[in-house]
Design a protein around this ligand. Structure first.
Ligand SMILES: [Cu+2]
Length: 108
C-alpha cells in the first residue's frame, strides 16, 4: 500500500472522512394550494429538499433560521429548486408572498 493509501485508510478507520454526498438523501416538498406538503420533515445534515412549485402562482420560499438560511426568490409555477441543509437544528421555512405557508424542518 502506498503512503497515501495508508493515510486514507487511517482516516477512514478513524471516521474522520465525512459521509460521501452519495449518502445524502433528497426529499421533495411541493407547494400547492398555497400549502407546503408535507408540512413537517425530519432529515439529516447534508440532506436536500427539492422545492417544487406545483401551484398556479409564484412563491418565494425562504428561511432565516441560523445555519440554514436561504431565499429562493420568486419561484414560478413548475420550477424546482434544491436546498442543502448543512446545520443541525430547527428550520422554519416560510413563503414571503403567503404568510400562512409554513414548513417545519428538523435537521438531525
Ligand atoms: Cu407562496
Amino acid at each position: 500500500m502506498t503512503r497515501t493509501g495508508v493515510f486514507v485508510a487511517a482516516l477512514l478507520a478513524a471516521g474522520t472522512i465525512a459521509l460521501s454526498p452519495a449518502l445524502a438523501k433528497e426529499f421533495t416538498v411541493t407547494q400547492k394550494g398555497q400549502q407546503f406538503t408535507p408540512r413537517t420533515l425530519t432529515l439529516k445534515v447534508g440532506d436536500e429538499i427539492v422545492f417544487i412549485n406545483d401551484d398556479t402562482g409564484t412563491h418565494n420560499v425562504f428561511s432565516e433560521s441560523p445555519g440554514n438560511a436561504f431565499d429562493l426568490k420568486a419561484q414560478r409555477p413548475g420550477s424546482k429548486t434544491n436546498v442543502t441543509f448543512s446545520a443541525a437544528g430547527q428550520v422554519d421555512v416560510r413563503c414571503a408572498i403567503h404568510p400562512t405557508m409554513r414548513l417545519s424542518v428538523t435537521v438531525e
